[in-house]
Design a protein around this ligand. Sequence first.
Ligand code: UDP
Ligand code: MG
Length: 316
Amino acid sequence: MNEKMKKISILIPCFNEEQSLPLLYPELVKLMDSNANYDWELLFVNDGSMDGTLDLLRGYCQQDSRVSYVSLSRNFGKEAAMLAGFDNVTGDCMVIIDADLQDPPELIPEMIKWWEQGYEDVYARRKSRGRESWLRKRLSMLFYRMLQQSSRFDVLQNVGDFRLLDRRCVNALKRMRESERYTKGMFSWIGFKKKEIEFDRGDRQAGKSAWSYRQLFSLAIDGITSFSSLPLRISTVAGFFISMLAFIYMMVVFIRALIWGNPVQGYPSLLVIMLFLGGIQLLSLGIIGEYIGRIYNETKNRPDYIVDERNNEKVL
Ligand code: UDP
Ligand code: MG
């Protein structure tokens, strides 16, 4: 053999994927077998699944020395599961892929080709989003537009977590230990040489998407607040303008009272202004609260995930 073969890791976060894994695993094995000029590692992260996912992983790990897994002690969410993957992956590069076959493994050789040409972050942009509800599509479009406007980095629309990252990117990501994670933003933040390729996103092959609208909403808030302080600035600016208006109005009231005396008047306008100001104040407090909550969580400095079991061994 020539000198050391390059090692490619595939990271698969799994949450209740007992139906998808039996479809995905043979595909990945096929991929590894047909690209034997590389060393391969499949790293599954079991994100506290309640079904038979862990048993499947134990089996794969026993059968095939290329497979390893990390099992978390509960469901920590995909963002934390991916971080657990970054920490445990050993390859010269790493491909992140969803367990539900929405990201086609056939694309991986093309990613590797670009990686060999020196690109360090090869990401897949989906041309179509597969079968998703109209509302979901619209909300996601709105969210990306807001994020794009409010932060200094390109957070790309229609780009998921399906991508190949060079070891140097993985190391950079490992250093980002914030607890309210928004990994998609981090990929842009770390920089490095990027390459975009396109694919058609299919539908989920089995099981169902674990994201509820509520979770997506909170991911959106995390995305915006962890990458920009624009919302804070909006409340400052709004507060400034409203105070200016209030001041002008006050002068008007004053002067009128001096010139024409002061019969009881203007009760409705008073009430409107009070309610309006009260609303603005509550909104600003809420925005500040979001950030303070984040600071609070961050200062607790807890680990982002807890490992329960790794490759058929309990972790102490
Ligand atoms: N996932 C996870 N933890 C979670 C939710 C999801 O590890 O709490 C994994 C899931 O198993 C899948 C990937 O993240 O491999 C994408 O999840 P899903 O298909 O539900 O999301 P979508 O495709 O709708 O973005
Ligand atoms: Mg999916």
